[in-house]
Ligand binder design. Sequence first.
Ligand code: NOJ
Length: 560
Amino acid sequence: MIEKKWWMQAVGYQIYPRTFYDTNQDGVGDLRGIITKLDYLNELGIDLIWIGPFYRSPMDDNGYDVSDFYDVDPMFGSLDDAKELIEKAHAKGIRIILDLVLNHTSDEHPWFMEARSSVDNPKRDYYIWQKGKEVEGKLLPPTNWGSFFEGSAWNYDAKTEEFYMKIFSNKMPDLNWANPELREEMFKVARWWLDQGVDGFRVDAIAHLARDLSFTDSELPLNDHGVAPDWGKFSNREELFDYIHEFNEKVLSHYDCMSVGEVGGGAKIEAGVRYAGYDAQAFNMVFNFDHCWSKGGMDILNDDDKMIVDVVQLKENMAYWINGMKDKGWLPHYWLNHDHPRVISQYGDPEHHHRLSGMMLGTILLTLPGTPFIYNGEEIGMTNVDYESIDDFKDVWVKNNAPALLKKYPLELVLRHLRRTSRDNARTPMQWTDEVYAGFSTVEPIQKINRNRSWLNVEAQEKDEQSILNHYRRLIHLRKNPEYLETLVFGDFALLDPKNPDVYAYTRTSSQKKITVIANFRPTTIKFEHQAKALCLSNYLDTKLNVTELRPYEAIVFEE
Ligand code: NOJ
């Protein structure tokens, strides 16, 4: 029997503060905006918020490049606003977790400014420095390793004539976790926020804290940027687990808090158990990305009509983690976060079956075991962007990589690719109303709004019983209902008909109940037989207990 904790029964909601709600009319979302919308969140039924980084930052990567961990960026408000937000959320029974960025800082963080000032500065070793390689009279980076956002994993620093490591952008130097003094500094940051009352952390980019310190070249083939995309050089490496244990021992274990690490792609169950097993003394859960791209779409040349959701792969990827972690550790579930396309554009059908496919996706998310996280706007079925100019995309990855793409492919192809894959898709302002700035702000927002705000917005869906929003509310209500909670949160999970190419179906079983969830992922009618005893919820109003076929995107929760 596992020990039941509050965060296991929570329904999470991720807020991207920059584009959630703007109260001071500067076109950027702010902490007071979140305070203003607490009633909305309360009515939705969620009880845990993960807020994206709002520390002081030059915003090269929208706040993941932190220049002061102990302050709120003026763009988002003040420390007093943060404290008020924590207090007011708690008063409504909503807990708050912060995004804790441990892997890197901004190059404008005072530590880095000191570190780069001279090779013997006391802060030098807070970061990772290496000399370059002289090859045929040219100075090359210390290794051929690639980074996630642009070219090499190294950037040259002229002042001291060395390279610093940076696996994200040039403005995000990696911290050296091998240095015990640096680790203590980062533990201090975490403690300080817990002492302000936050309930835990989503820990950013956690898989990368340890690197191959032999700094040898990768054997992998070089990509178009002339670097090796060899993430193994700085992902899921052995020493990392020592750092996480130390973090747990010195910080997390002293608070009634929760922690969810971001491990991204590449980790398998064995690593999952080390990161977030019940006995791991590490984190409480880890996010993986395995279910995020089951429609293809990463290949720029793919035609739209070739992109069909691979339902079997999607089920396999999710079941791999659910079954693999069973009795070993707890899992979070999510369809998307601020780094992914909108799920309705990815796996649903926003054009022809917006309402039904949005409800269908919510049905799955909220009936899986583990802790679900809804991403802001998902509950109304917000879609990918409709941008027609590269300049509308604001993400650092696009800025760094679009020029090379445009050299290789025509503009229309690049735009289509970005409208499918870019991180901007999830970062457009929350659509509260049909007004010109979607009720997000009264001035032009920092990121261009989707034109579909005219019909796709919270206000319209509030009024419609059969909206995606109201369906999410019903689903959360069902999950939280004491009669169902044991089964839906803690019950066993088993796929039904796993090889069915169109239908995602499973049972959830506890000593109290058996629930069957059946979801059609296609815009067409699909044959599927099931006889149930009682209906809990459906996205059609006339679903029968005797199912012989599923209508487009039909999603049903039955009780057996
Ligand atoms: C993961 C975050 O989710 C992403 O938005 C960010 O760019 C990187 N980590 C770097 O902090």
